[in-house]
Ligand binder design. Sequence first.
Ligand SMILES: Cc1cc2nc3c(=O)[nH]c(=O)nc-3n(C[C@H](O)[C@H](O)[C@H](O)COP(=O)(O)OP(=O)(O)OC[C@H]3O[C@@H](n4cnc5c(N)ncnc54)[C@H](O)[C@@H]3O)c2cc1C
Length: 458
Amino acid sequence: MDIPYATEQQKRVVVVGAGFAGLTLAKKLSPRHFQILLLDKNNYHQFQPLLYQVATAGLEPSSISFPLRKVFQQKPNIFIRVAEVQQILPAEKAIETTIGKIDYDYLVLAHGAETNFFDNANTQHYGYSMKSVSEALLIRNTLLKNFEQALIAATEAERNALLNVVIVGGGPTGVELAGAVAEMKNKLLPKDYPELNFSAMHIYLLEAAPGLLNGMSAASSAKVTEYLKGLGVKVQIQTAVKDYDGHTVYLNNGTTLQSRCLIWAAGVKGAVIAGLPQEVLLPNKRIVVNEYNAVKGFDAVFALGDIACMVSEQNPKGHPQVAPVAIQQAQLLAVNLKRLLTQQSLLPFAYRNKGSMATVGRNLAVAELGKIKIKGFIAWMAWMFVHLMSVIGVKNRLFILINWIWQYITYDQSLRLIIKATEKKKPLICPETRKRITISAKHFTVSSNYQEILRQVQ
Ligand SMILES: Cc1cc2nc3c(=O)[nH]c(=O)nc-3n(C[C@H](O)[C@H](O)[C@H](O)COP(=O)(O)OP(=O)(O)OC[C@H]3O[C@@H](n4cnc5c(N)ncnc54)[C@H](O)[C@@H]3O)c2cc1C
């Protein structure tokens, strides 16, 4: 890729992924010493912790997405390219991407994780995941479309299956999503669809472990379960999904559930990019890094955030896959890359865990900040404050705050729209001549059959 260096001493750092880690690193690296090439398959950064509010029509996608070019408007040494990285070529110090080959002095992999369906192909095919704004929008559309179809369902059983929602995974994402869908059911849907009987709608939260919120205390887990049950969510622990065919959910206890919407929030795995040796990949596809976030066996390739796994005695399974880890690792790598230039020794990573929290809905949340454990309204306020302050951009924060205040006062979300992007139809290409086939109504009046059209063209 032809991007001129500002000075001869400058080193090129290619950062793959503009999530929490990649974005923080690009912001922190000194542009005097480094030319930064930031690659992402999207032209925006997405704030994943609030995806569930997009999925339940509480927030607009644009409130939690931020254009990368706006973040770096005043930074001439940062080059942004919308591209997908396909392969790493460590021996050549280069990567293969959808926009061509790119050389690097240092490569930083910060491309995050993807949904782990644990090889259950049917569940992956028929279920929904929530790792991106696009997926959250798909869930929103599916929920709303199912309610519309429930109005015209032929049988009661079909109507109930269209109303039911099954959420798999009792971590913070599953808990937050279940609470938000329950609030929709309790406050909003009966007003929008007075013809439907929402007492027949069931929201199931399934968790394979003995309790919800695995990473938090037993007290917080019990409180969250109580909150969810109070909202009418059917919480089933020690319950795993064996299979799903788009209509029936088959459970490990031999029972079944009927639902047209199964949302999978039961785990993530590293998103694999070809080119690294197998021995640096763990079974969950996270990349093994040392205490400086250098990929095992490489001194010019680093990995940060969800994709990286820094195993130590203290953290035998690596750090939790949360935003603060990604941000703190990126902050330290910015310091360490500068130290590399001046041949200083590198500083090891130490995670400062400020606590964890989860919300279920209005006035209902739990938070653990060191030894302090809070719940209810105060925890909910703390949750809102922390999330609001973490979102990029004053305008986005303001929009989110206005939405939250509006919903608090009116019990209403105003974004219940089924919006689908229309794609332009791809041109018909003749496989032999590779020429575009133009179909005129004069010549092809009846046949829409592709083979027939080709025969006539030939
Ligand atoms: C629904 C949900 C809720 C969450 N809630 C919380 C929470 O409340 N608190 C918390 O701390 N954490 C939460 N997390 C986890 C948190 O979002 C992640 O830990 C964090 O995003 C990790 O940051 P990252 O930079 O490693 O990866 P990401 O933020 O996932 O960024 C990866 C980036 O890489 C890009 N990318 C991927 N593959 C390629 C490729 N091949 N080529 C180019 N670009 C690529 C993606 O488009 C993306 O922009 C949540 C996650 C989800 C999914």
